[in-house]
Design a protein around this ligand. Structure first.
Ligand code: SF4
Length: 295
């Protein structure tokens, strides 16, 4: 008998664990009256994988998928058009949650470009929604060192006094938790221990759709020009999507006018100069302080 395990055999226990995490979250959400799960869906491979896991969990609980969970996509306005189209076509049931201010308006109002250290845009464009609900995300440890500190279950917005362990609450703790629900967000990260290979294997085995940009060399999808991606990738993305490049330059132009009117110091003269600095074409030792001043 062939005892050698295939890659899929090794993936099965991970998938089962992920399904159990989703079911635990669903039961907890129901017990607190928080309703169905709130799924954070960006359209990338991790979201597609998460969708597959949630679908299996709903099936195991014999609950129709859309009674079990609602899927939410935060419209950023700077995602690749192919990704936006993919979500519309393949996942028409996903709710599209609109931003209050676009990236261009944010740049103008904040009076500095978003940077790795000051990424004000994430809170406005990416992380909104799900307050007072139990949310599921596609966060994985393999995605970044920053994410290594993330857990399977998280309780966002709790105070120290409220710092109870989610699934072991006694009645007293539970009452406190219920009390604080409007302010808090509970999070489950079901595929947190999946590697990139696990995600792709699962997508293939389950025959799930994925965005065509992955077949064109993209390994991660998200905001075009994201400063977190680093200058080289920013440049590649903005060369592929020149309309977004031009929109950034125009926003930086307006940002400079705004800085001038507010009496804020800057050595930048044009939006193009800001853009060149922003994508890494900066002069040696040229940098920006936390107030957005180039020096
Ligand atoms: S551009 Fe990057 S930092 Fe800004 S919202 Fe998008 S992912 Fe977050």
């Amino acid at each position: 008998m062939d005892t050698q395990k295939t890659f899929f055999d090794m993936l099965v226990p991970k998938v089962d664990k992920a399904i159990d995490r989703v079911i635990d979250a669903y039961k907890f959400s129901q017990s607190l009256g928080l309703g169905k799960l709130w799924i954070c869906f960006s359209g990338g491979k991790d979201s597609v994988c998460l969708y597959g896991v949630v679908k299996k969990a709903a099936g195991k609980m014999c609950v129709p998928l859309l009674d079990f969970a609602e899927f939410h996509y935060n419209v950023t306005g700077i995602d690749p058009p192919e990704l936006v189209q993919f979500i519309k076509e393949q996942f028409p049931f996903v709710c599209r949650d609109l931003y209050k201010e676009s990236m261009w308006q944010l740049i103008e109002r904040k009076q500095m470009p978003p940077t790795r250290l000051v990424r004000y845009c994430c809170a406005e464009l990416k992380e909104k929604g799900g307050e007072g609900r139990f949310c599921a995300t596609g966060v994985r440890w393999a995605e970044s060192t920053q994410r290594k500190s993330r857990g399977e279950f998280e309780d966002i917005g709790k105070t120290k006094a409220e710092g109870k362990i989610l699934f072991n609450d006694n009645d007293e703790d539970r009452r406190q938790l219920e009390h604080c629900i409007p302010k808090r967000k509970y999070v489950v990260n079901p595929i947190i221990d999946f590697t990139d290979e696990d995600v792709w294997q699962f997508i293939r085995e389950e025959n799930l759709p994925y965005c065509k940009l992955y077949d064109q060399g993209f390994t991660r999808l998200g905001c075009i020009g994201c400063p977190m991606a680093g200058g080289k990738r920013q440049q590649e993305e903005l060369a592929k999507y020149p309309k977004f490049r031009n929109a950034y330059i125009r926003a930086f132009d307006r940002m400079l006018i705004n800085r001038k009117e507010s009496g804020l110091e800057t050595k930048w003269q044009t939006g193009q100069e800001v853009f060149d600095w922003w994508v890494g074409n900066r002069k040696e030792n040229q940098t920006i302080d936390s107030q957005g001043v180039l020096f």
